[in-house]
Write a protein that binds this ligand. Structure first.
Ligand code: SIN
Ligand code: CO
Length: 383
């Protein structure tokens, strides 16, 4: 659990703070699981890790972005101060961060996007900016001064000629010096600027909020990929006056709309089923590796299973059953397996003993085999 102030329960946080106002929480968690500088430097050299460096310059364009991976000794190029290394999706790459993610499980798992970790040299920052998602800024090591402005920001208040969305003007409304263990929660849209005082490491738990256009793009893409196209036809066409040949008649509009609607399943069930697949899809470069050997149930029964670090396991209850989603795929289960689905999706690992009561059921065996084949679960402990 997060160590929230005595006056703020998780319930109060969700009702009164979440998506509404910033909150500084002093001494909210233990940060020893958050990696130190040398571990972050090695991750910056790894081409499987999305990394970038933001550097402040003394003259125009004032900010520079470089994308990783970086070569060993890269920090020599950046000097002693005013730059930040940012590493995305650290929760996927570092199993030790699972316990940090679990602190936020009073918010549904699908809403969490990733844990980004930044190492900043003295005075390092990514400039004043606005994020479009909720974020918990966890001060892991060293100190960082955060300044915020909750006033609305004009769309044109951006520095020109850079690949970064940095505000041209920033007025400090409130500021705090964060120490290790402190958290600053910011709802979307609050301008913020965090500057390291000495070297520091910050972990940001960022949330996911698709736009209506993201959802539309995904849903239409899915329908085009999986649906059968109906072609417009008009076997009973009434004759028209040649002078009106250029008119699109109301009847034709109705028939065209009918044709369009035939591609969209009616009722919410099909959309709900697809949403589970969509929400469980990993980012394109973060799919679990496929297993090298076939699934061996005896090994699973003995050693248990672990969720692959990249894998997303979610589930949904409907009137007639459970759908379990793993990395964009869906599996139908009977309602009697609701407890099993919940246990599987809410745990990082299950022992042979946890699994034993369920392994008599053919559906469970088939599900575990399918998840193993997908790479979503493994039967070797992760390092
Ligand atoms: C950082 O860690 O330097 C930046 C995090 C943020 O502003 O969202
Ligand atoms: Co930000």
């Amino acid at each position: 659990m997060l160590r929230l102030p005595a006056s703020i329960s998780e319930d109060y946080f969700l009702g009164k703070i979440w998506q509404q106002s910033p909150l500084l929480i002093r001494n909210a968690l233990d940060t020893e699981k958050i990696p130190c500088k040398s571990e972050l430097y090695s991750l910056a050299e790894n081409d499987a890790v999305e990394s970038r460096i933001v550097r402040e310059l003394a003259s125009a364009p004032f900010w520079q972005l470089e994308e990783g991976p970086f070569e060993s000794g890269f920090d020599k190029d950046f000097g002693e101060s005013r730059w930040t290394l940012l590493l995305q999706d650290m929760d996927k790459h570092l199993p030790q961060l699972t316990s940090i993610l679990h602190l936020f499980h009073f918010i549904p798992r699908w809403r969490i996007d990733d844990i980004m970790i930044s190492y900043a040299a003295d005075q390092g920052s990514v400039g004043p900016h606005v994020d479009e998602y909720d974020v918990f800024l966890i001060q892991a090591h060293g100190q960082r001064r955060w300044k915020i402005d909750t006033n609305a920001i004009e769309n044109d208040n951006l520095l020109p000629d850079i690949d970064l969305r940095i505000l041209r003007q920033f007025e400090t409304e409130q500021e705090w010096l964060l120490e290790p263990g402190d958290i600053l929660y910011l709802p979307p849209g609050v301008a913020h600027w965090g500057v390291a005082e000495g070297e520091c490491i910050t972990a940001s738990v960022g949330f996911r909020a698709p736009t209506s256009h993201d959802l539309l793009e995904g849903w239409v893409g899915h329908l085009l990929e999986t649906g059968q196209a109906e072609r417009f036809s008009d076997p009973q066409r009434p004759i028209i006056n040649p002078q009106n040949a250029a008119e699109i008649s109301p009847d034709d509009i109705d028939s065209l709309i009918e044709c369009l609607n035939s591609a969209i399943p009616q009722g919410k069930e099909a959309m709900a089923e697809w949403l589970g697949c969509y929400l469980s899809e990993p980012k394109p470069h973060l799919y679990p590796d496929l297993p090298e050997s076939d699934c061996d149930l005896a090994v699973i029964a003995e050693r248990g299973i672990q969720r692959h670090g990249f894998s997303h396991l979610l589930y949904r209850r409907a009137d007639n059953g459970i759908t379990l989603y793993a990395d964009g795929e869906s599996f139908q289960l009977p309602l009697e397996l609701a407890e099993f689905a919940s246990m599987l999706c809410n745990s990082e690992s299950l022992t042979g003993n946890d699994l034993a009561p369920w392994l008599q059921q053919e559906t469970v065996i088939e599900l575990l085999e399918a998840l193993y084949e997908l790479g979503s679960i493994v039967s070797e402990p992760r390092e």
